[in-house]
Write a protein that binds this ligand. Structure first.
Ligand SMILES: [Mn+2]
Length: 416
C-alpha cells in the first residue's frame, strides 16, 4: 500500500515537471509561413492586415490620399469629408461628422466586406476606392466656404478615373461625401451639372424639404439677398434656381417636417421645383417595397442621380446625433432595405450629411448608421458598375431556398 502510494506520488511529480519548468506565456515554437514573393510581399503578408481597432482612422481602412493635391493618383470612387456646419438652423456640430463616420466604419474591412444583402464585396471589386481626406473649408465665411467646396468637388470629378469607360458610363470619378451639414450638396450639384452637362436628378432622403425659399424665415431682411440665402434648408432651392436639378425626376423620401404658415404653401413651392414627395408615414401603407417602386418608377435606371442622405431621415431614437431631429422617422433597417432596393439607379455622386456626434448616443449610434449608409451606397455604385461591365455576379444565399420553402409551407397551413 505504502509502495503504491509512493508510486502514485512520483507519477504525479513526473506529470507536473513540464509545468514547473515552463510558464503560461510560453507558446509552441512559431512556425514561419512559407516565403513567397518579394520582401515587400512578405511584409504585406505579415503586417498588412488591420483589425477593426487598429490603424489610423480612414473610412473602412481604405488607403488615404489627399486626392485634392495628388492629381497623379488616379481613383474610381473617393470618400471625401466636407466638414462644414455653419449653415445650420438649429444644432451645429456636423463638422465633426466625417471623423465620426470614419471611426464608426472601423469594422468595415476589405477582408470582411462582403455585403450579404447585395451578394458582392465592394472593397474587392473593379474600382480603386480611396479615402480622399477632407476638403479644407473655412468656418468663418460661408460664401468662401461654398466656393472652396465647389472648386474642390469640381477639381476631383473633372479628373479621369482609373477605370475610365470600363464600365462605359464611368467617365468621371464618383464621390461619396461625408458631411457636414446638408448645404454641402449645393457644391456637389454645381460640379456634377458642369461635368455631366445636364441637370441632375436628386434622390433626397430627409425629414425636411430643404427646398425652402430663403425668405421663409420671418425677418425684416428676408428679401435682401445675402450669404444667409445659403443654408442647410435652402440649398436645393438655390440649386433649382441655378437649373442644376432635373425638374420632374427628383424625389424626397422620409418627409415629416412641419410646414410654414397655415397651409401647404411650402409644398406648392416644392412642387414647382419638380420633386415627388414620399412621406415617412407612407411606409405604413406601401411598405419598403412600395417605397422602392415609387422611387424607381420616378427616376428609372438611366438618369444620372445625386443620392443625398440626411441622417435625420432615421428616427431620432435610432439616430439622435443630428442637427434638426424630428420624431417618427424610418428605422435604420427600413432605410437600408430601401437603399438596397434602388441599387440599379445611375448614381453619379452621393452624400451622407448632418451626422453631429456631440448629440450622439453612447455607442456611436448615429455615426454607425452613417457608416452603414455609406457602405450600402458604395455597394450599389460598385454593383451597378459590375452589371454595366457585363460581369454581374448573382450569388444565391445558402439556405435561402429552405427559408422560402418553410414560408410557403406556413402560408399553406394558414390557408387551411
Ligand atoms: Mn437636410
Amino acid at each position: 500500500m505504502v509502495q503504491s502510494l509512493a508510486l502514485t506520488a512520483s507519477l504525479w511529480l513526473i506529470a507536473l515537471l513540464p509545468l514547473a519548468t515552463s510558464s503560461f506565456y510560453d507558446n509552441p515554437e512559431v512556425e514561419l509561413p512559407q516565403k513567397s514573393g518579394t520582401p515587400l510581399d512578405e511584409l504585406e503578408a505579415k503586417f498588412g492586415t488591420d483589425w477593426g481597432f487598429t490603424g489610423i482612422s480612414t473610412f473602412a481602412h481604405l488607403k488615404h490620399i489627399k486626392c485634392l493635391t495628388t492629381p497623379y493618383e488616379q481613383f474610381d470612387i473617393g470618400i471625401i469629408g466636407a466638414p462644414f456646419d455653419t449653415a445650420v438652423s438649429y444644432r451645429p456640430g456636423a463638422r465633426f461628422g466625417p471623423r465620426a463616420i470614419r471611426a464608426a466604419s472601423a469594422r468595415q474591412t476589405s477582408f470582411r466586406g462582403f455585403n450579404h444583402r447585395a451578394g458582392i464585396n465592394p472593397y474587392q471589386s473593379w474600382p480603386h476606392i480611396l479615402d480622399c481626406g477632407d476638403i479644407p473649408v473655412t468656418p468663418f465665411d460661408n460664401a468662401l466656404a461654398l466656393h472652396q467646396m465647389t472648386s474642390a468637388y469640381t477639381e476631383l470629378v473633372s479628373r479621369q478615373p482609373l477605370s475610365y469607360t470600363n464600365p462605359p458610363s464611368h467617365t468621371h470619378p464618383k464621390l461619396i461625401s461625408l458631411g457636414g451639414d446638408h448645404s454641402i450638396a449645393l457644391a456637389a450639384l454645381r460640379a456634377l451639372e458642369k461635368v455631366h452637362k445636364r441637370p441632375i436628378a436628386v434622390l433626397h432622403f430627409d425629414a425636411h424639404l430643404d427646398t425652402w425659399h430663403p425668405g421663409s424665415y420671418p425677418s425684416a431682411w428676408a428679401n435682401t439677398p445675402t450669404q444667409a440665402d445659403f443654408t442647410h434648408g435652402t440649398m436645393f432651392w438655390v440649386a433649382s434656381e441655378e437649373g442644376l436639378i432635373a425638374n420632374g425626376s427628383s424625389v424626397h423620401a422620409g418627409l415629416r417636417t412641419r410646414l410654414g404658415g397655415n397651409d401647404f404653401a411650402d409644398y406648392d413651392n416644392d412642387e414647382r421645383q419638380g420633386f415627388l414627395r414620399i412621406e415617412a408615414d407612407d411606409i405604413d401603407a406601401v411598405g419598403v417595397s412600395g417605397i422602392i417602386e415609387l422611387i424607381m418608377s420616378r427616376i428609372g435606371t438611366e438618369t444620372p442621380v445625386y443620392l443625398s442622405v440626411d441622417i435625420d431621415v432615421i428616427d431620432p431614437g435610432l439616430a439622435p446625433g443630428t442637427g434638426t431631429p424630428e420624431a417618427g422617422g424610418w428605422t435604420t433597417r427600413e432605410l437600408i432595405g430601401i437603399l438596397r432596393g434602388i441599387e440599379m439607379l445611375n448614381v453619379v455622386g452621393a452624400d451622407i450629411v448632418e451626422v453631429a456626434p456631440a448629440y450622439d448616443g453612447m455607442g456611436e449610434t448615429t455615426a454607425l448608421a452613417g457608416a452603414q449608409v455609406a457602405y450600402e451606397i458604395l455597394t450599389s455604385m460598385v454593383k451597378r458598375g459590375l452589371k454595366d461591365r457585363g460581369e454581374e455576379v448573382i450569388l444565391t444565399k445558402p439556405g435561402t431556398q429552405k427559408i422560402l420553402a418553410q414560408g410557403k409551407k406556413k402560408a399553406r397551413k394558414d390557408e387551411l
